[in-house]
Design a protein around this ligand. Structure first.
Ligand code: SAM
Length: 232
């Protein structure tokens, strides 16, 4: 369970109504049970449920069970698509170790509105489910043009371009460090965006194979390719 509360030995932590509902209603845990909790800063801890109620409860931290594992310095930039598939991308990015998830509005992006709070909740749930000790930050939507205007060239940009053929192996020569993955919208990148991206020193155009993947499939494929080549 993710607790937005600093954890430490003997620390008593109050539970919100939602956390109580999840623990006691959904997970069927009760008073005296031991669970695992993390706060995103101090690793994972075993904790005992001291109070279990409909409107809340409390836990007592016992001992650290996992060191803090900070995420690889990996961002996922993607153009939002239909709501449920955007949820899917955020969930998979959290499971596959992205530290920051950045919805970007490109020229051909359809759904320009996102619910950042809802997406952040999905990221928390995915982090809880995969036993991580950190929760990725979901940024608010930003124009791709503005993001690229302020780009730090020290962060390499794995630019997923379905027009590249056989360039996936280009990652083999790269080193871990500060990276970002960029996935375009269902309608793809505009010519102006593509020209700009190919002209960036920090960009690494990469193919995800000979077929055109849906944006959510491409996000998972790219994250997996990156983890396999550069993850830690
Ligand atoms: N531009 C394509 C078109 O109009 O048919 C479709 C774009 S595709 C649905 C959405 C995004 O997924 C692309 O912008 C790209 O970032 C990524 N993508 C899909 N297939 C890919 C591939 N084979 N290699 C690299 N990236 C791919």
């Amino acid at each position: 369970l993710y607790l937005d509360h600093p954890l430490g030995a003997g620390q008593s932590v109050p539970l919100t109504r939602d956390q109580a509902h999840y623990l006691f209603g959904v997970m069927r845990r009760g008073q005296g049970d031991l669970i695992e909790v993390f706060d995103g800063q101090n690793g994972a801890w075993s904790a005992r449920i001291d109070e279990a109620g409909k409107r809340g409860g409390s836990l007592k931290c016992l001992e650290q069970v996992a060191e803090q594992r900070d995420p690889p310095d990996l961002w996922l930039l993607f153009a939002p698509i239909k709501k449920t598939r955007t949820d899917f991308i955020v969930e998979k990015a959290a499971e596959l170790g992205a530290a920051r998830i950045c919805p970007v509005q490109t020229e051909f992006t359809n759904s320009e509105r996102i619910r950042q709070d809802r997406l952040q909740a999905h990221a928390v749930e995915a982090a809880e489910q995969c036993g991580g000790t950190f929760v990725p930050e979901v940024a608010d939507i930003a124009r791709l043009r503005a993001v690229l205007d302020g780009w730090d060239p020290a962060r390499r940009l794995m630019f997923c371009d379905e027009r590249m053929v056989g360039a996936a192996s280009s990652l083999a020569a790269e080193t871990p460090g500060a990276w970002a993955i960029l996935i375009g919208p269902e309608g793809g990148f505009s010519e102006a965006e593509r020209t700009r991206l190919h002209g960036m020193d920090a960009a690494r155009p990469v193919s995800l194979g000979p077929r055109i993947l849906r944006a959510d499939t491409a996000a998972v494929a790219a994250l997996t390719l990156w983890q396999a080549a550069l993850g830690d």
